[in-house]
Write a protein that binds this ligand. Structure first.
Ligand code: MG
Length: 379
C-alpha cells in the first residue's frame, strides 16, 4: 500500500487514550479494525434495521451488510487516491455501531425520551460504544482505538456535545466541531461512501419490497441513464423474466459511475489544495467530493428515496409502531430499573443507562422485551 503525503499514516497516529505497545505484525489501524470486528456491538448489527425491519424479510440490508458495503466502497476509492485502506475499513465498519434498533425511527424516539437528559445522537453513541460501553479488556473500558478511527466515527456532533467532549478530552475528537476544521480524508471518504451505499441498496430493497417500482425510478436521472445504457447493451434485459438482472446491472453501473466520479473530482480538489500532510488536509475544507453534476444527481436520488420510500405509508406505519416500542421500553426501565441487567440498573446516571441499554438492542430483542414488559405485541 503506497500512501499519499496527505493520507493518514499509522507512524504519525495521535495514538490511543491508554498507551499500548505496538503489535508485531499489524499497524494500529489494522488493529482497530480487528477490535471492531470482534466487538459485541458489531455482531448486533446483523439484527438491526436499516430501512426495513429485520423480520420483514431475510434479503433486506441490515446495519451489518450496509457497513460491509460501505467498507467495500471506501476501500475501492481509498486505494487509487493513496489513502489509508486500513483506516477507512475501520471507520466504515464502526460507523453505525451506535445505532438504535428500528433505524432512524428508534433514534428519534430515544432522542425525544432523552431530551431532558442531554438527548441522544447516534454518532456520539457510536463513539460511546468504542470508548466506554464495550467491555473486553482488563485495564480499560471500550476498545481503546486510535484518535483517527475515533475521529472518523464521530461524524456529526452538536455544539453542546462537542464542548462536553472538549472538556474531558482537550484538543480531542470534539475540537473540529468547535473550530470548523475537517476530519481526515479517510473519514471524509467513509461519509461519502455511506451515502453512495444506502442510495444504491435502498433502491434494490425498495424494489424488492414492492414499495417502489422500476417505472417510478425512471424519473430519477442517475438511475434512468444507466438503465437505458444497460438495455442498449443487453436488449434482452427488457424481458419481464430478466427484470431483476436489469435492476442489478443498472445499480452496478450507477455505483461504478459514482465511484469513478468521486475519484476524479477528489483528485482535482487535492491537486488544487495540495495538502502536504494529513493535518494540512484537515484544514483545507472538504476535499472528498462528487463533481457538481454528480452531486446534483445524487441529491435528486436521495430526494426520490425520501419521498417515495422512507415516507411510504407502509414504512411510516412501521416507524410509528417502532417509536411506541422504544418510548414504552424507556418508560418501563425508568420506572423499574431492576428489569435491566444489573450493570445497567446499578448505574447512577439512570436515564443514560436506560438509553445505552435500549440503544444496544437488536430489533427483535427490543420487540421481545416490549412484549414481556407491556403484554402487547406491536411488531
Ligand atoms: Mg451508515
Amino acid at each position: 500500500m503506497t500512501l499519499a503525503v496527505y493520507a493518514s499514516s499509522p507512524s504519525k497516529t495521535r495514538g490511543r487514550r491508554f498507551a499500548e505497545s505496538v503489535a508485531p505484525t499489524r499497524t494500529d489501524y489494522q488493529r482497530d479494525r480487528d477490535r471492531i470486528v470482534h466487538s459485541t456491538a458489531f455482531r448486533r448489527l446483523v439484527y438491526k434495521t436499516q430501512v426495513f425491519l429485520n423480520h420483514e424479510g431475510d434479503l433486506f440490508r441490515t446495519r451489518l451488510t450496509h457497513s460491509l458495503e460501505v467498507a467495500q466502497l471506501s476501500r475501492s476509492i481509498a486505494r487509487p487516491l493513496g489513502l489509508n485502506e486500513d483506516l477507512v475499513e475501520a471507520v466504515a465498519l464502526a460507523h453505525d455501531l451506535g445505532h438504535t434498533p428500528f433505524g432512524h425511527a428508534g433514534q428519534d424516539a430515544l432522542n425525544d425520551c432523552m431530551a431532558p437528559y442531554g438527548g441522544f445522537e447516534h454518532n456520539l453513541q457510536s463513539l460511546r460504544v468504542v470508548d466506554q460501553l464495550e467491555e473486553r479488556y482488563p485495564a480499560y473500558d471500550g476498545l481503546n482505538l486510535t484518535f483517527e478511527t475515533r475521529e472518523g466515527i464521530l461524524k456529526h456532533c452538536s455544539q453542546r456535545n462537542a464542548e462536553l467532549i472538549e472538556q474531558s478530552e482537550p484538543g480531542g475528537v470534539g475540537r473540529r466541531f468547535l473550530d470548523r476544521s475537517q476530519p481526515s480524508l479517510e473519514a471524509q471518504l467513509c461519509n461519502l461512501a455511506d451515502a453512495i451505499a444506502y442510495n444504491a441498496h435502498d433502491i434494490d430493497d425498495g424494489v424488492r419490497s414492492g414499495l417502489i417500482t422500476m417505472v417510478q425510478l425512471q424519473s430519477v436521472e442517475l438511475f434512468e441513464r444507466y438503465r437505458v445504457e444497460a438495455l442498449a447493451e443487453f436488449p434482452d434485459l427488457a424481458e419481464p423474466a430478466r427484470a431483476r438482472r436489469l435492476l442489478y446491472e443498472t445499480i452496478r453501473r450507477m455505483l461504478s459511475a459514482q465511484v469513478y466520479d468521486v475519484i476524479a473530482a477528489t483528485r482535482q480538489a487535492l491537486s488544487q489544495a495540495a495538502p502536504a500532510s494529513a493535518d494540512e488536509a484537515r484544514l483545507a475544507g472538504p476535499l472528498l467530493r462528487f463533481s457538481p453534476a454528480m452531486h446534483a444527481q445524487s441529491t435528486a436520488l436521495k430526494q426520490f428515496l425520501f419521498a417515495q420510500l422512507y415516507r411510504h405509508p407502509q414504512v411510516m406505519q412501521m416507524t410509528g409502531q417502532a417509536q411506541i416500542v422504544v418510548r414504552e421500553l424507556f418508560e418501563a426501565y425508568s420506572a423499574q430499573p431492576s428489569e435491566m441487567p444489573a450493570e445497567h440498573a446499578a448505574r447512577s446516571d439512570a436515564a443514560r443507562a436506560v438509553a445505552d441499554y435500549i440503544a444496544g438492542m437488536t430489533d427483535r430483542f427490543a420487540g421481545r422485551e416490549h412484549e414481556r414488559l407491556t403484554g402487547r405485541k406491536l411488531l
